[in-house]
Design a protein around this ligand. Sequence first.
Ligand SMILES: [Zn+2]
Length: 293
Amino acid sequence: MSLPAAPSVCPACGVGPRRSFELSNGFPLLRCPECGMGWWDFPALDPAAFYDRDYFQSSDAAKGYDDYASLEAGLRITARARLRRIERLAGRAAGANGHGAATLLDVGCSTGTFLDEARRRGWDVRGLEVSDYAAGVARARGMAVQCGTIDDAAPADASLDCVTLWDVIEHLRVPANAIAAAARGLRAGGVLALSTGDLSSWCARLSGPRWHLFNLPEHLYFFTAKSLRLLLERAGLSVRAVRREITWFPMGYLTERLSKTLLGGRRKPRRRGGWVVPITLFDIISVYAVKRP
Ligand SMILES: [Zn+2]
């Protein structure tokens, strides 16, 4: 299987990159001098094989489910906040497409929590997910989910009211193609919403190579608001909002992460759940754009 390797010029502005510091995998971070977008010289690996092998194998099924269940409440709060923003933008649109419920495609839908929240709010939903395992979980929850990428299964016609890509774009080999395919699937006035890490954030700048979103080798690209704006505008979309994301986590999860960081995981927290609290390092951005007529 031949897959596109890392680009030699910035996918957003076509300018050759400068070498920045060395990442934890030994590759230098390549950065565009114009828009600040970063990437590394990633090899041609099959992403489907990668996610099958590593993503869900490391923890046994019982533990995985425990972790997931403890994060679920927070994921749902985040999903509802995102949907409220989409509905404000698609607003008139959502009810005004003239033929029933507004349609939403979630690309990289994982186990379907966002789709489930959208469905509860009246959206007609479907998902795309590269992990066979996660797609199976979503289907078991009653969601219409196809296993694949947006390149394999691009929306056929310009009829969708919304396409979402939450924490997906940084994993893709040719992000401009994925954005173009999503844009083609939208009707005029439809909303494209995505989230990703912001390489120009203060957290990323202060952390250097230790930034927690230099998650390698899964993350291939590291975006900035400027690079995303260029990519989206070129695909025929108008950016309406760029927001710093606030996400919600259970206290148990946070104390566990903290004890791992500070105490090397020596003390085991009593429970993983508990109150769900908002947290942000102001280094994840969500972008909401509307397809131009
Ligand atoms: Zn650039």
